[in-house]
Write a protein that binds this ligand. Structure first.
Ligand code: SAM
Ligand code: SF4
Length: 475
């Protein structure tokens, strides 16, 4: 096994001190021409945190003189930024990497890189080190700021595996970024998670919660706005807990209000945890017109016993109360959620409770998942008596219900005029423009002289399950 490879120590991770290491990134002069016109391609899996990390990797690659390749097969450096939340995503990545063996034999100078959450997972680095010789560099989520120096070593023919052994994590400011869109930005406000939901691997792969200091976040938003940016999404695994590790009592609301004061046109945030939601946040959303009336609020299950086994820290009644308060205070607000079916021991009756909750909340859409056991999490040790066929049937039933309400909610928007931030031509049909309304509804529309980044009034003419059709300029 490569001597550079070490597994993160989960106990050390848990007993980390409150004050995180804070670093500032600097690109060493010697690396600025490392790429010398060579190309790279990044395959990104998983959540927005990974999308944002890939933007950092792209910024670093550009800063080292690499160019983006048009397709994966053409790239000199092929990067896999991976997800570990469910086993299926992992198997997909291992399958793709496995299939690169022949390519590596044909073109030994091509470099293959594996990073992100999978790299942090117990056993994966060992498996890759032993069974996937085509992988030249593997690094963990805590090593992102070291990527240029790790890549420089790899380019000198060293096989490098670097997974932060203390897992202590750090907050690094000043990392470069190559945003995928000029008018929309993901802005990290915190890293890691302290919630330890029993099914979830994130606190192990991303580490304990570490908030960025507000001044850096606000600086990033201001700079983005000055460069013509329109919308920021504040990112964190549990944004409502922002600032707790900095000793802030109501850090997220304070940050939201200060972000609103920057004058940026649109603010969204992702993802929220029902347990940490405060009334002051609801007030800030109501009072600041540039905080968008759309909320992603993962509930996971509609049954109290299951929620307890998941360690979510709220009951369905508490969730409903929060939902009702929001609907009451912010009319027109839309809700999306995450739901897991087939958690260990979930009975038919308990699953019915999830359906009842989904009916009550009439979500605008939902990410729905079949529970996937993740080694090292408490739920993976729970007896799981639910057959896979039952889990799949539950998922289908739930998806039908979510689809039903999504369509109903969209139908209620027909005839209305929504403000849409244009993302440019639709990928499916270049003759149509696409974008998102303030309520985060996907709108495909026709219009003349409208470009990416414009905010336009669109009259909604037709509803589909997860999108709307409309026309701009006929208000
Ligand atoms: N931090 C976010 C939160 O709590 O809302 C979400 C993080 S996780 C990347 C996104 C979603 O994946 C979770 O909300 C959960 O529904 C789902 N998920 C996490 N672990 C899972 C597992 N072991 N099996 C199935 N779904 C899982
Ligand atoms: Fe995972 Fe729960 Fe943290 Fe979300 S809040 S990242 S589901 S542990």
């Amino acid at each position: 096994m490569n001597e550079n490879y070490r597994l993160p120590d989960q106990d050390a991770e848990r007993s980390r001190t409150a004050e995180s290491r804070r670093l500032t990134f600097e690109m060493p002069e010697a690396f600025r021409h490392l790429g010398n016109g060579k190309t790279y391609f990044i395959n990104t899996y998983g959540c927005q945190a990974n999308v944002r990390d890939s933007e950092t990797i792209a910024g670093m690659m550009d800063g080292m003189g690499f160019r983006q390749a048009a397709a994966a097969e053409e790239a000199d450096v092929l990067i896999f930024n991976t997800c570990a939340v469910r086993r299926a995503a992992e198997e997909h990545v291992l399958g793709r990497i496995g299939s690169l063996r022949t390519l590596k034999k044909q073109y030994p100078d091509k470099l293959f890189v594996l990073c992100g959450c999978m790299a942090m997972e117990k056993g994966i680095a060992e498996d890759v080190a032993a069974n996937y010789p085509q992988v030249d560099l593997l690094f963990g989520t805590h090593n992102l700021h070291q990527f240029p120096s790790l890549l420089a070593r790899t380019m000198k023919k060293e096989r490098v595996f670097e997974v932060d052994s203390e897992g202590s994590g750090c907050v690094v400011e000043g990392m470069p970024v190559e945003r995928s869109r000029p008018h929309k930005a993901f802005v990290n406000i915190m890293y890691g998670c302290d919630k330890f939901c029993t099914y979830c691997i994130v606190p192990y792969t991303r580490g304990r919660q570490r908030s960025r200091r507000p001044e850096y976040i606000l600086q990033e938003i201001r700079a983005f706005r000055e460069a013509g940016g329109k919308e920021v999404t504040l990112l964190g695994q549990n944004v409502n807990a922002y600032g707790k590790d900095l000793g802030m009592a109501d850090g997220f609301t304070e940050l939201l209000r200060r972000a609103a004061e920057t004058g940026i046109e649109r603010i969204r945030f992702y993802s929220s945890h029902p347990r940490d939601y405060s009334e002051t946040t609801i007030d800030a959303m109501r009072e600041c017109p540039n905080i968008m009336p759309a909320l992603h609020l993962p509930v996971q299950s509609g049954n109290d016993e299951i929620l307890k086994k998941m360690n979510r820290g709220y009951t369905t009644d508490q969730f409903k109360y929060l939902y009702d308060r929001m609907k009451q205070k912010i009319p027109g607000m839309t809700f999306t959620t995450d739901l897991i079916v087939g958690f260990p021991s979930e009975t038919d009756e308990q699953f019915d409770d999830t359906l009842k909750l989904a009916d009550y909340c009439r979500f605008d859409s939902a990410f729905t998942f079949v529970y996937s056991p993740r080694e090292g999490t408490p739920a993976a040790a729970m007896a799981d008596s639910v057959p896979l066929s039952v889990k799949k049937q539950r998922l289908e039933t739930l998806n039908d219900l979510i689809g039903f309400w999504a369509r109903k909610n969209n139908e209620a928007a027909v005839g209305k005029v929504l403000k849409v931030l244009c993302d440019g031509p639709s990928k499916k049909n270049a003759e149509v423009l696409t974008g998102y309304s303030e309520e985060n509804r996907l709108v495909n529309f026709k219009g003349e002289g409208i470009k990416e980044g414009d905010i336009v009034d669109v009259k909604i003419t037709e509803a589909r399950s997860f999108s709307l059709n409309g026309e701009a300029g006929i208000v």
